[in-house]
Design a protein around this ligand. Structure first.
Ligand code: ADP
Length: 203
């Protein structure tokens, strides 16, 4: 297994790159998708959240009431710390479990995550950053994802800065051009990734 991390700010094109890598055969471990799965109706994590934040964070259909939880957690530092303390270890463990499941294969595994702080439990061969100027990200989020400009800017402001991400990058994908330019960079990226050292197999 060759293990790499893929990150980028919202609107950078990270999901687009992830899909292009999947099309080439990469196994994608999608942190955001795992968070959503672990918070589905009936999941043990939901019960733990309700225990801490009250039954009001679960809707009548059993699904997480995200706005209700956000209203509690984002107005109270202690609550946010508790929320992260409940969610992060569970998500991290699931990410590690999915990576472990591929460790004895010869596949490329891409840990797709908006946060640079997720520890996959094994050494990463490289950190790949999808990069665009903030103005380009805002423009695309408004044009293609139906966000208001204020919402797009607020979400970007909550994430790591462009500079913080770039400081950690072993490889930068510049997505300020068109999709054809992105595609040709991903083609080069794939060839480069295949030259990287493998992660240790399972003991
Ligand atoms: P992220 O996962 O980083 O939030 P996405 O991959 O969803 O970003 O990209 C944001 C939006 O911009 C999507 O609608 C995507 O189709 C579009 N997009 C991505 N790259 C380009 C590009 N180079 N040119 C035009 N549109 C793009």
């Amino acid at each position: 297994m060759i293990l790499v991390a893929l990150t980028g700010g919202i609107g950078s094109g990270k999901s687009t790159v992830s899909a292009l890598l999947a099309a080439r055969g990469a196994v994608i471990v999608d942190a955001d998708g795992i968070v959503r799965e672990l918070q589905q109706a009936g999941a043990p994590l939901l019960a733990r959240l309700a225990e801490r934040f009250g039954a009001g964070i679960i809707r009548s259909d059993g699904e997480l009431d995200r706005p209700a939880l956000a209203a509690i957690a984002f107005n109270d530092d202690a609550a946010l710390e508790d929320l992260n303390g409940i969610v992060h270890p569970t998500v991290r463990a699931e990410i590690a479990r999915r990576i472990d499941a591929e460790a004895d294969t010869d596949r490329v595994v891409v840990m797709d995550t908006p946060l640079m702080t997720v520890d996959p439990g094994r050494p990463l061969a490289a950190v790949i950053v999808v990069d665009v100027p903030v103005e380009v990200a805002v423009e695309r989020l408004v044009a293609f994802r139906g966000m208001s400009e204020d919402d797009a800017r607020a979400r970007i402001a909550k994430q790591d800065t462009r500079e913080e991400r770039l400081a950690r990058a072993d490889k930068v994908i510049d997505n300020s051009g068109d999709l054809a330019h992105l595609g040709s960079q991903v083609e080069d990226l794939w060839a480069w990734v295949l030259t990287l050292p493998s992660a240790p197999a399972n003991p």
